[in-house]
Design a protein around this ligand. Structure first.
Ligand code: GLN
Length: 172
């Protein structure tokens, strides 16, 4: 998706690779496992340092969970980077079987965005500096705080590059 919107993209699996990028996507997946793998690959501290330094980051689903200030229904040893002032509940939108797709009204986009939710987190609390860009049933699902953008859904799955463009143009 990043290549499709005109930026160079590479995978980050080591601290050296992390040093080499200008911005970061923290993807969906399984946030407890991702937290363990970040620790195992000695990326926790370097990533915390880059985030504290204000690197632009787009967290989607599990990535959004990892970037939040507080995680409910996580593992006690799961890391929360606190790059955005959110309290999130893992799997708050339900289990795999409750996955859904919805046309989302997004602030700043002139047509609805097709959003795919898979075991998505629910935002239980958003701090005063968090800008809510889209909601489902009154629950924030797309939020921004400074250079941190997070989506509870999977913007890489719908083939619609507008949110990646938004990230590249507005958060970098
Ligand atoms: N529920 C998953 C977690 O806790 C996130 C699911 C996803 O990224 N689609 O990490």
């Amino acid at each position: 998706m990043l290549q499709a919107v005109g930026v160079e993209a590479t995978e980050v699996r080591t601290p050296e690779q992390l040093d080499s990028v200008d911005a970061l996507v923290m993807p969906g997946g399984e946030s407890t496992t991702m937290s363990m793998l970040l620790e195992f690959n000695e990326l926790l501290a370097p990533l915390a340092t880059r985030l504290a330094g204000g690197i632009a980051v787009f967290g989607t689903c599990a990535g959004m969970i990892l970037l939040s200030r507080e995680i409910i229904d996580g593992r006690p040893d799961q890391h929360a980077f606190g790059a955005i002032d959110l309290r999130v509940r893992r799997n708050g939108f339900g289990r795999q079987i409750d996955s859904f797709e919805i046309d989302l009204d997004v602030c700043g986009l002139d047509a609805p965005y097709p959003a795919v939710f898979i075991r998505a987190p629910i935002v239980e609390e958003a701090g005063p500096d968090v800008e809510v860009l889209a909601s489902v049933d009154g629950r924030p699902v797309l939020c921004r705080q400074g250079r941190t953008l997070v989506a509870a859904f999977h913007p890489e799955l719908s083939g619609d590059g507008r949110l990646h463009t938004f990230f590249v143009e507005r958060c970098l």
